[in-house]
Design a protein around this ligand. Structure first.
Ligand code: ATP
Length: 365
């Protein structure tokens, strides 16, 4: 069993920097968990504590059933793939992959079996006698993965392993690592600042900010039900629109009044919202939940805005719009006829709105 548990784990660096604050998390055996958050949020520190490269200031980390706080990195049954996957330039691919096993005095036939098997999994069997300088960036990254795979560890730790690859290769390698996880059936903890990587790769995502775990959940769950303004804004591109509003009651129904834009709150959400009557809230809506007015919306739901700029992406177009002082982005079908500088009608899908407490920024509905 290779579950990994953070039990009230904190990390304090010298100079009173609290890099990780009271982290609690259980990563299941064979799970692919992605730590994501902006620079400096403590994700690398979390990973390095699992690896044994950083001391734990408070709490315990378990790998399997054992507390590993005082276990040396080499005895933790983990393998790490870094952003800077320095390969030995004078060794060929075979020996780069075999090196760690040789150091550990594995028998030659066993080394040979493992290197060839890893090479096969990664599709680099044909490159085993090449030196790193004769490889492309993507091939080098695969060798770095191979070096970790031959260790047959219980847990893989990956710290931004794709960040040195160009955009196209990154997308390709992202899919390869997901496939690799399916084949290897081992626990993977993966660190990235890229929310798209997190959304596409993880079984579960751990969103961090300022050393604190903000939310843990399946990608879609986090996308649909962000716990606070930070998570809502961090996950998703283009980001969720946020507008300041006040909850009001009109004819027995609740609405969010944002001045020139007013949006109905669905009946099912009245219970939670009642206590916010006449209070300020942060209103959130994702760009794809703002749709074109295709003629069926009641008049009071139609929002007439100006298209300041439109950005064609292919299948969809992002419309950067404004109504008076309010600005928002709508992501609509690219066949939409909208002209920059002209008025355009859109509708906010009220079933998809998010409301957050203005003070605590926590989700209300
Ligand atoms: P990035 O994406 O930029 O790598 P991160 O989320 O991985 O960021 P960490 O590297 O874990 O963040 O750093 C968390 C906090 O701890 C930051 O404020 C950082 O400056 C601080 N920190 C990291 N390493 C040390 C260290 N050795 N000594 C002191 N402070 C450190």
């Amino acid at each position: 069993m290779a579950k990994v548990i953070f039990d009230h784990v904190s990390k304090k660096y010298s100079g009173n920097v609290m890099a990780v604050k009271d982290a609690n998390l259980e990563i299941k055996d064979k799970e692919f968990v992605v730590f994501v958050g902006p620079s400096g949020c403590g994700k690398t520190t979390s990973l390095r504590m699992v690896a044994g490269l950083e001391e734990i200031s408070e709490g315990n980390i378990y790998i399997g059933d054992n507390i590993v706080n005082n276990v040396a990195p080499k005895d933790r049954d983990i393998a790490m793939v870094f952003q800077n996957y320095a390969l030995y330039p004078h060794m060929d691919v075979y020996n780069n992959m075999a090196f760690g096993l040789k150091l550990r005095k594995f028998p030659k036939p066993e080394i040979d079996r493992r290197v060839k098997e890893a090479a096969k999994i990664l599709g680099i069997e044909g490159l085993l006698d090449r030196k790193p300088k004769a490889l492309s960036g993507g091939q080098r990254q695969r060798v770095a993965l191979g070096r970790a795979i031959v260790r047959e560890p219980k847990v893989f730790l990956m710290d931004e392993p794709l960040s040195n690859l160009d955009a196209k290769l990154r997308v390709q390698t992202r899919a390869e690592i997901s496939k690799l996880h399916n084949r290897l059936q081992t626990t993977i903890i993966y660190v990235t600042h890229d929310q798209v990587e997190a959304m596409t790769m993880g079984d579960r995502i751990v969103v961090m900010k300022d050393g604190i775990i903000q939310q843990v959940g399946a990608p879609l769950d986090i996308y649909d039900n962000p716990t606070n303004v930070f998570v809502a804004g961090f996950i998703g591109t283009p980001p969720m629109n946020f507008l300041d509003g006040v909850v009001k009651e009109v004819g027995g129904k609740f609405i969010v009044d944002m001045g020139p834009i007013k949006v109905k709150i669905p009946d099912g959400k009245f219970k939670q919202i009642r206590e916010y009557l006449n209070k300020p809230v942060v209103f959130g809506i994702r760009p794809e939940d703002i749709t074109e007015n295709i003629g069926s919306a009641p008049d009071d739901e139609i929002i007439v805005g100006t298209v300041d700029v439109s950005e064609l992406l292919g299948a969809e177009v992002n419309l950067y719009m404004s109504v008076g002082e309010l600005s928002f982005t709508a992501s609509v079908d690219s066949h939409t006829r909208a002209t920059d500088g002209e008025k355009h009608q859109v509708v906010f899908n009220s079933e998809k709105i998010h409301l957050f407490d203005k003070q605590t920024e926590k989700a209300i509905v």
